[in-house]
Ligand binder design. Structure first.
Ligand code: GDP
Length: 193
């Protein structure tokens, strides 16, 4: 079956978004350090499966090696299933993402979100960046343009509406994301003809 994979750092609102998409209840604010395996669910309104991959990145109390292992597992899952995964949704926190990216950019450091974005493109999985918590963002266009810039997408962000999807999972306003995902699913169908 067609599969949409959800990835993102911890605390970006992945569980909230999953609840919105599937109607299941998920543990928000999950206990850190618990390594989870990919979980599969039906996307209620759609005809495909949605795979929730573990949150990654810094969590208080989680040792470095567990974090690294989580990341390795995510990358391996995506590599192994790249031909089934029609679209990946990379969830980021719209309020914090640019600052986190800038804080972790350096001569020999690539921030997780940027790394994941390029990795997904390298394995030919179309990516939708679900920029969550937009209800907390005042300077919306500026933030989204900055994020584009950090991801190597030429601003303005409005040129990238199949890739950059500003949402607020908590408020149930996720249509830019579902629209972008549908766009990629239709492209994939067309390529199969
Ligand atoms: P996860 O660790 O990525 O699964 O994140 P959660 O879904 O547990 O959410 C982390 C925190 O962000 C919780 O306090 C949520 O209520 C909050 N959150 C999630 N989505 C939104 C949103 O769209 N707007 C705001 N303001 N907060 C959100």
């Amino acid at each position: 079956d067609a599969e949409v994979a959800l990835v993102g750092r911890s605390n970006v609102g992945k569980s909230t978004l999953m609840r919105e998409l599937t109607g299941h209840t998920f543990d928000t604010g999950q206990r850190p350090g618990v390594t989870r395996s990919p979980n599969h669910y039906d996307w209620t309104s759609e005809d495909f499966m949605i795979t929730d991959l573990p949150g990654f990145g810094f969590m208080e109390g989680v040792p470095e090696d567990v974090r690294e292992q989580t990341k390795t597992d995510i990358v391996r899952y995506i590599e192994d299933n790249a031909d089934k995964i029609l679209t990946a949704v990379l969830v980021v926190d719209g309020k914090a993402a640019v600052d986190i990216i800038d804080r972790h950019s350096g001569p020999d450091e690539v921030p997780y979100d940027v790394e994941m974005f390029h990795f997904l493109r390298d394995v030919d999985v179309p990516v939708v960046v679900a920029v969550n918590k937009m209800d907390k963002v005042d300077d919306r266009d500026e933030r989204l343009n900055e994020l584009c810039d950090r991801l190597g997408l030429y601003p303005p962000w409005k040129q990238w509406q199949n890739t950059i999807a500003p949402i607020s999972a908590k408020r149930g306003s996720i249509e830019p994301m579902t629209d972008a995902v549908r766009h990629h699913l239709h492209e994939a169908e067309r390529d199969d003809l």
